[in-house]
Design a protein around this ligand. Structure first.
Ligand code: GUN
Length: 288
């Protein structure tokens, strides 16, 4: 029977570490890490995510600012606002919640954030460092980074393994592929145009699924002993939160498996908090 990867527990422990780091920064250097989340428009789901981030940050002692802007804000006004925070010494992490209203180019907005304050790790400079496996410190997309933390928590080997990532998004699939590759896995990213996804998943030691398709993957999709990481956050026909993987069924094949909820989900916010503190320390080390 598969071992369940307990994201809630790992996130709780990570948050405790982050809280300790925040306390140390205050006592030793009189620094309080600052995180600003800019939210544009009134998308209900986005507000829910942002509220969660804000609550967690406050609990850990991070100075958390939520800057709500109307959907009518122009691209230039939003860039001016980002620049204000780029130049604010009290702010160490800047996150612009996606999605943005249709008139605003998300890629342009991502590029406007100072790469040293890019707590999402979405800036092309940081993405480039990730793909080059740069030896300096830089932020990485929080969900994939959190998944590596989970694998490491259970001492799951990555080097030399066959890893398959399903989904090629800039937020999860691509950075996940790069992280696994950097850790020495033979990594394949498959996606909606892949002809036969089973051809890949059935040979994989580690599968990370980020498709957004309810219960797409049952036990016949995996080889015996596979490590299954489910990034899916889907609603089934009854409105319940479910992943991409049929958890009960796939558990028969897996050595380790993440549940939904309680798996990858809690790790994303905990990693965002961890990374806010890391950005604060890195800027201090660089005398900024
Ligand atoms: N919207 C949904 N997930 C994310 C995320 O991780 N970062 C940002 N900026 N927006 C999001």
């Amino acid at each position: 029977m598969a071992k369940i990867i307990d994201g809630k527990k790992i996130a709780k422990e990570l948050n405790e570490k982050t809280s300790d780091e925040v306390k140390k920064l205050l006592v030793k250097d009189n620094i309080v890490p600052g995180l600003v989340v800019i939210i544009v428009g009134d998308d209900e789901a986005s507000y829910r995510y942002v509220r969660n981030k804000h609550r967690t940050a406050q609990k850990l002692g991070i100075n958390s600012i939520v800057d709500s802007q109307p959907a009518t804000i122009s691209e230039n006004e939003l860039i001016d606002l980002i620049n204000k925070y780029n130049n604010d010494d009290q702010i160490n992490g800047i996150l612009v919640q996606d999605p943005l209203p249709s008139g605003i180019d998300e890629k342009k907005i991502t590029k406007a954030i100072d790469p040293k304050k890019d707590v999402d790790g979405f800036h092309p400079l940081n993405v480039g460092k990730l793909f080059l496996d740069d030896s300096t410190n830089y932020p990485v997309a929080c969900t994939p980074k959190g998944i590596i933390t989970m694998l490491d928590y259970y001492n799951i080997d990555i080097k030399g393994k066959n890893a398959v990532v399903i989904g090629r998004s800039a937020i999860v699939g691509k950075p996940m592929g790069a992280l696994l590759l950097n850790r020495g896995a033979s990594t394949t990213i498959i996606h909606r145009y892949t002809k036969d996804i089973y051809e890949y998943t059935r040979n994989a030691d580690i599968v990370v699924s980020a498709t957004g398709q309810v219960h797409l993957l049952g036990q016949d999709a995996f080889k015996k002993g596979a490590v299954i990481i489910d990034v899916g956050q889907n609603r089934d026909e009854n409105g319940h939160l479910v992943g991409d993987v049929d958890f009960e069924d796939a558990s028969n094949q897996a050595s380790y498996i993440t549940p939904v909820p309680g798996g990858v989900g809690p790790m994303t916010i905990a990693t965002l908090m961890q990374q806010t503190v890391e950005l604060t320390k890195w800027s201090k080390e660089n005398g900024e």
